[in-house]
Design a protein around this ligand. Structure first.
Ligand code: FPP
Length: 228
């Protein structure tokens, strides 16, 4: 049976879900937070070590300003209001992505939750915020060049300078919402991940859907380039 240590999810479909209800896209994002909480708690209770979720990409700034502003406000509120979820379930919070583009107040809120949950030992929930895999790899390379440590093993060096340094590679990557692409998410870390695409829109995605995917993941034969 395949071990599932690191699960990554592209939470897609909030906008379409809201449209189907005749509601504004922002309503879909709000319901997306409910799904996010439920899936996170399920993962914590089911001994998954890392759950990485794509919450805001480097390309999402190109959405209408009103939607971007809403997502920023929602993120800040989420990080404050969800604190009890992290405390009650021993969940460690970590952000990846380039946080420099966020307001100082939002950055402080992110760092405070990271600091206050750093000792938690159940799930590590990683939110990808202003995250793009190409941006992450480029930032890692820039750091390496600055320190001119070119004699070491280059792949190891890049891995150690990514936002995910110290985390295991992704085992299973799930995208909801029916689209079949990676959209610049964890390209390095998902080199050997098993991919699953679910037609279910993110606000409708429940632990039952996830369990079915995990069951199918466990039947897959992972070869990592070998013959077996
Ligand atoms: C994709 O749906 C979703 C996003 C770009 C935002 C993801 C955010 C959440 C799930 C809420 C949790 C996030 C935070 C900040 C706590 P879409 O808008 O691309 O949907 P569509 O493909 O139907 O248009």
């Amino acid at each position: 049976m395949n071990a599932l240590v690191h699960l990554a999810i592209i939470m897609d479909g909030n906008g379409r879900w809201a449209k189907m209800q005749g509601k504004p896209r922002t309503y879909g994002h709000r319901r997306g937070v409910v799904a996010l909480r439920e899936i996170t708690i399920w993962c914590a209770k089911n001994h998954i070590a890392y759950l990485t979720l794509y919450a805001f990409s480097t390309e999402n700034w190109n959405r209408p300003q009103r939607e971007v502003d809403f997502l920023m406000r929602m993120l800040k509120r989420y990080l404050i209001q969800e604190r009890p979820t992290y405390l009650e379930n021993q969940i460690r919070f970590k952000a990846i992505g380039n946080l420099e583009r966020f307001s100082p107040a939002l950055r402080q809120t992110i760092l405070a939750l990271e600091r206050d949950t750093a000792h938690h030992r159940a799930l590590t929930q990683v939110l990808a915020l202003n995250y793009g895999a190409r941006d992450e790899i480029a930032r890692a390379c820039a750091q390496i060049i600055r320190h001119q440590r070119s004699s070491a093993d280059m792949q190891e060096l890049i891995g150690a300078h990514l936002d995910t340094a110290g985390m295991p590679d992704v085992d299973l990557l799930v995208r909801t919402g029916g689209e079949m692409r990676l959209s610049n998410f964890l390209l390095w870390q998902s080199s050997y991940a098993e991919l699953f695409f679910s037609p279910v829109l993110w606000p409708d995605f429940t632990p039952t859907h996830l369990q079915a995917i995990i069951h199918a993941f466990q039947q897959r034969q992972r070869k990592f380039g070998r013959l077996i």
